[in-house]
Design a protein around this ligand. Structure first.
Ligand code: HEM
Length: 304
């Protein structure tokens, strides 16, 4: 039903993704390179004071976490591109997904901006590479894309999936135990600290090292992340994931622990950023709202 009702705009997005990142086959249209790990989320004892939902309140919840590399499927893991963290909290009766990236803001404010971003990256048949003039024209028309490129260029790639922060970019509406609703953004902070590749590592590491690095790291014990809610500051928009927030403080939500790599490849799992429990609602954000339908449409061919 979702596929039948998809607006032509969504089809154009899916086609643009294929033109830029190739036919997905049985894999993801974006963030293709990745793998799953397992662990659990342990809520902060006071979590209901910021968000009151049984799923997060009632003790540890098992979690599946997919780590991924954004951008081209064959890009080096040393490249200064996005890393993804997709979390499924296996609650009863329902699940909840958090779909996050390693930068505090997104490269598009609206689906139209996202489509333009992709279309500017379709390889020119003459050169096999994107046309630099089209890239520049897109950055001119949609300055959030240029701001994103500058953020990525400002630091080397994460040295590990365990040493980068992750961000929801979107605002979510949290309702607390007193019935008050606030806009927050999710932050995931690595307990190991933030660490990007050293110049030596940028030169010497193989192009694919992240999974092996995590495997080795897990031999020393679980990997831990702090989950926090960033409160909305006065000038922070709740409907624009391309804007960085100043914020008005952070509230701890709990701890996400990764204990092992998953046995299977989780290719059949579809993480959806609007799969949220009662007490958490998507804000009025055109990208977040579009993502639900886009992910359903884009994953239709790989679901088993
Ligand atoms: C209009 C905007 C966007 C479009 C069209 C889009 C599209 C997609 C698609 C088609 C997939 C593959 C889905 C699947 O097969 O399961 C994907 C994966 C992903 N996206 Fe987006 N995306 C958008 C915005 C965002 C934003 C704002 C974030 C984070 C802040 C994000 C983070 C991710 C991550 C982490 C994955 C990998 C999920 C996984 O491991 O299964 N995306 N995206």
């Amino acid at each position: 039903a979702v596929i039948m009702s998809a607006a032509p705009g969504l089809q154009a997005l899916i086609e643009a993704m294929r033109s830029v990142y190739g036919e997905p086959g049985g894999q993801r249209a974006m963030h293709r390179r990745g793998y799953c790990a397992v662990g659990f989320f342990a809520p902060h004892p006071d979590i209901a004071r910021i968000v009151d939902t049984p799923l997060l309140r009632d003790g540890p919840v098992p979690a599946t976490v997919r780590f991924s590399v954004g951008g081209e499927a064959d890009a080096s893991e040393k490249s200064r591109s996005l890393r993804g963290m997709a979390v499924r909290l296996h609650g009863r009766p329902q699940d909840c997904d958090l779909v996050l990236i390693s930068e505090p803001a997104f490269y598009a404010a609206t689906p139209v901006s996202f489509l333009g971003y992709l279309q500017a990256r379709v390889p020119d048949p003459a050169t096999g590479r994107p046309d630099p003039r089209r890239l520049a024209a897109h950055d001119q028309a949609f300055p959030e894309a240029a701001r994103h490129a500058a953020r990525l260029a400002a630091h080397p790639a994460p040295a590990s999936y365990a040493t980068t922060p992750y961000f929801s970019n979107h605002a979510l509406l949290f309702t607390d135990s007193g019935g008050k609703t606030r806009a927050v953004r999710l932050l995931v902070e690595p307990v190991a600290g933030v660490q990007y590749l050293s110049p030596w590592q940028e030169q010497r590491l193989p192009d694919a090292f992240l999974e092996g690095e995590m495997d080795e790291r897990l031999l020393r014990g679980p990997i831990r992340f702090r989950l926090l809610a960033q409160l909305q500051g006065r000038d922070d928009p709740a409907d624009d994931p391309s804007a960085e927030w100043q914020g008005a403080g952070k509230v701890p939500l709990g701890m996400l622990l990764i204990s092992a790599l998953a046995d299977d490849d989780c290719d059949a799992m579809v993480f959806t950023p609007t799969r949220l429990p009662p007490g958490i609602a998507p804000g009025d954000d055109p990208i977040l709202r579009a993502r639900a339908e886009i992910y359903a449409l884009a994953s239709a061919s790989r679901r088993r």
